[in-house]
Design a protein around this ligand. Sequence first.
Ligand SMILES: Nc1ncnc2c1ncn2[C@@H]1O[C@H](COP(=O)(O)OP(=O)(O)OP(=O)(O)O)[C@@H](O)[C@H]1O
Ligand SMILES: Nc1ncnc2c1ncn2[C@@H]1O[C@H](COP(=O)(O)OP(=O)(O)OP(=O)(O)O)[C@@H](O)[C@H]1O
Ligand SMILES: [Mg+2]
Ligand SMILES: [Mg+2]
Lengths: 261, 261
Amino acid sequence: MTVICITNQKGGVGKTTTAAALAQGLSEHNKRVLLVDWDSQASLTVSLGVNPDNLSLTCYDVLTSIIKNNGRISIRDVTLKTGNPNIDLVPANIELSQAQLDLVNVLTRELVLKEMLQPVRKEYDYILVDCLPSLGLLNVNALSAADSVLIPLQSDFLAMKGLALLLPTIIRVQERINPSLEILGILFTMTNTRTLHSREVIEVTKRAFGDRIKVFDTTIPVSVRFKEAPAAGMTILTYAPKSDGAEAYRLVTEEVLHEKS
Amino acid sequence: MTVICITNQKGGVGKTTTAAALAQGLSEHNKRVLLVDWDSQASLTVSLGVNPDNLSLTCYDVLTSIIKNNGRISIRDVTLKTGNPNIDLVPANIELSQAQLDLVNVLTRELVLKEMLQPVRKEYDYILVDCLPSLGLLNVNALSAADSVLIPLQSDFLAMKGLALLLPTIIRVQERINPSLEILGILFTMTNTRTLHSREVIEVTKRAFGDRIKVFDTTIPVSVRFKEAPAAGMTILTYAPKSDGAEAYRLVTEEVLHEKS
Ligand SMILES: Nc1ncnc2c1ncn2[C@@H]1O[C@H](COP(=O)(O)OP(=O)(O)OP(=O)(O)O)[C@@H](O)[C@H]1O
Ligand SMILES: Nc1ncnc2c1ncn2[C@@H]1O[C@H](COP(=O)(O)OP(=O)(O)OP(=O)(O)O)[C@@H](O)[C@H]1O
Ligand SMILES: [Mg+2]
Ligand SMILES: [Mg+2]
């Protein structure tokens, strides 16, 4: 069983898209996957066709129950079935934006998500956590609960610059809270190899970080199909199964399976 | 004098790009502009060619000085000149990520940025605040300090969905803290009118929100030049002055000037 945290504080790099697509890729290899939406924007919840406004219970209720130590709501109470029998979803809604403040004065405030996932770890092969674009307490919770970190990175200059901020946070969590946390790798998303900029950013990133961190061999091409898929409540693998984008995420899935075997 | 907050909790929609380009557009109309980087990722600081790691003082130091009420560091102490005589920059670095927690127990914690800008309001025609992708205390500070809100919106489904979360936060700030806050408008960025998806999202957004909120007539086209410009430490107006992207931001500037006159 592996918990993979999908994070990058730079916004719009493809965290949610990667979480949904990787879950589907793993399910095609008959793996049981739990997707956790750990972002109050609830993009992952929305991407799977669920309306966050209609939910009476979300991961925020489980978090609150743990903070109050009253055991009233467990992760099983909020987990939803999806259209795919191998994928379950722990949804989020805007209430999760309260969590950052709620956690401030809580004992071992970095370990609440880890505690939340504890009861169901054995029921899944993979648990994927889709993070919000920040470096705050919620992200530290995700890094503390994870076995591995996958870093989607848009192949552009500003996103690359953001990497220099993310890595120290990961290292701090490894040193102080979660020594077994490993970096699964950097996944280049929205790449357009016809542009020099995209190729240069990939080159420079590999040179700067490639000796310490794995860079996935597969890169995800830019395609409007990715924008259309969440509007249809599907991942790219269902929405456009024969597209380059879907194929690329299947290859990423194989690289992940290979690393974790 | 107008303070414009450029915000959207959805990541990667073009907040930083819009802040830098609009500042330059306004400077071409001989307006004095102060750019405030209110994001610990410091994308705006980086975009203007400044290395956040080399800064001994940033907006975080002014914030801390206000919280401690010791008046030691004022906004003038951290303001940098840029290559453009009409544009100054209040830079940020990763330390700003501490601010969310520092502010929790501060009296009138929503008004710290407003207090920070107070001493220099008269010296500029426009103050533009580039916000981080969140709905937390730092964003509430920016909305509380602002006269107007400009909402960059990538023309895609997930970004559109995020709008329904942002608007209630703006309304809450208008009702409880800053009644004179107005919404300047929604600016569509990274549009690709050749795709149906982009056109549909613009259409649906106008229908859903257009009666209450202005949608800028100008939309910003998707172009790799936008990714290259920050790598060169320039805005699109300097990096590719005759490009469609630069032209589009000049038109946006005129719409902003027209609204505020
Ligand atoms: N390879 C791709 N090509 C084109 N568009 C993409 C690609 N991957 C994702 N997108 C689109 O880009 C937008 C941003 O992606 P996504 O929401 O997954 O990023 P994120 O990192 O989760 O954003 P946030 O920081 O807001 O959580 C979405 O509209 C998505 O559909
Ligand atoms: N019109 C455009 N066409 C293509 N790329 C663009 C456009 N506008 C911005 N970009 C690029 O897209 C990326 C995201 O833009 P930007 O960083 O301005 O968004 P943001 O909303 O500030 O992100 P964050 O949520 O991380 O603060 C950047 O690399 C930028 O150069
Ligand atoms: Mg996301
Ligand atoms: Mg930004």
